[in-house]
Write a protein that binds this ligand. Structure first.
Ligand SMILES: [Zn+2]
Length: 253
C-alpha cells in the first residue's frame, strides 16, 4: 500500500493579533521568533521540504490563487517543482460563475508556475457532480476532495467517468479541529486506520496536512508521522505517482 502525502496551502501569513489570540497553539520560542519577525509561523515550506527530504520523499502541494498573492511564494514553488514536488490547484469554489472562475484560477496558476494543472483539491472540500463534470470538461485527470468515508474506500476509483478520485484517508483539520484529539491520540488513530486499510487490501492511503499548521499544536505531528511511516517501510509518494500507475494499469481500479 502506498502512502500519498498531500498539503493544502490555505494561508502563508496572518496578522500578529491573529497569532497572539491563538498563542496556545505554538511553542513559546516559535512565538517569540514570530513576534520579532525572525520567523513567520504560517509559512512552513522550508519545514515541509526538510521533513520530506529527510526520508527522501516528495508530496503534492495544492496551491490556491485566490486566497493570497502567489507572488509571495512563487520562487519557493518553482524550486520545489525543480526538486520533484508536485504542485496542483487548490481550487476555491464560488457558486456564481464557478466555471469561469475555475478556468481563471487554473490558467493563472499554470502561467505563473509554468505547469499543467492535472489534479485538483477543492478548498473546504466542497465537491459535487457538477464540479466533477466541469473538471472533466477542463481536462482535469484527478481529484482528491472526497473523504474516504464518503466513498467507502481508500483506493483510487473512477468517478464521473474519466476523473480518477484519490479519497482522503486522514486530514489534520478533522483530527484536531473536528474530533479534538490530542497529538498522541491522533497518531494512534492514524495508524489504526492505516492497519484497517491494509487489512482490506486498500491500495493507497492519502494523508492531508495543511502547510500553515506544520508548527501548530496538532499539525506539528506531521514530522513524527512521516518518520514513523518511513521507518515502518511504507512507500511515500505524490498523487501523480498513483495516477500514472492507474493510467498504466499497474494499479487496478
Ligand atoms: Zn483549503
Amino acid at each position: 500500500m502506498y502512502i500519498v502525502l498531500t498539503h493544502d496551502v490555505d494561508s502563508i501569513k496572518r496578522p500578529l493579533r491573529h497569532v497572539l489570540s491563538r498563542w496556545r497553539r505554538f511553542t513559546i520560542s516559535d512565538l517569540i521568533r514570530h513576534i520579532f519577525h525572525i520567523d513567520n509561523l504560517y509559512n512552513n515550506f522550508d519545514e515541509l521540504i526538510s521533513i520530506e527530504d529527510s526520508v527522501g520523499s516528495r508530496s503534492t502541494v495544492f496551491i490556491p490563487v485566490q486566497l493570497f498573492s502567489i507572488d509571495e511564494i512563487k520562487d519557493k514553488l518553482k524550486t520545489m517543482i525543480r526538486e520533484g514536488w508536485e504542485i496542483q490547484l487548490h481550487y476555491v469554489y464560488e457558486p456564481i460563475q464557478y466555471e469561469a472562475l475555475f478556468k481563471m484560477q487554473k490558467s493563472y496558476l499554470e502561467s505563473e508556475l509554468d505547469i499543467k494543472v492535472q489534479g485538483v483539491r477543492v478548498h473546504n472540500l466542497i465537491i459535487n457532480d457538477s464540479i466533477l463534470k466541469m473538471f472533466e470538461k477542463e481536462g482535469i485527470i484527478y481529484d482528491t476532495t472526497y473523504r474516504a468515508e464518503a466513498l467507502n474506500t481508500y483506493s483510487p476509483l473512477y468517478i464521473h467517468k474519466k476523473i480518477i478520485e484519490l479519497p482522503i484517508a486522514v486530514m489534520d483539520a478533522d483530527l484536531f479541529g473536528r474530533l479534538h484529539m490530542s497529538e498522541e491520540k491522533a497518531l494512534r488513530y492514524i495508524f489504526k486506520k492505516l492497519e484497517n486499510a491494509k487489512e482490506k487490501n486498500e491500495k493507497i492511503f492519502v494523508i492531508l496536512f495543511h502547510q500553515e499548521a506544520l508548527r501548530m499544536k496538532g499539525g506539528r505531528i506531521y514530522s513524527d508521522l512521516v518518520k514513523m511511516l518511513y521507518e515502518r517501510g511504507y512507500e511515500l509518494v505524490r498523487c501523480i505517482d498513483i495516477v500514472n500507475r492507474v493510467l498504466k494499469g499497474e494499479i487496478k481500479v
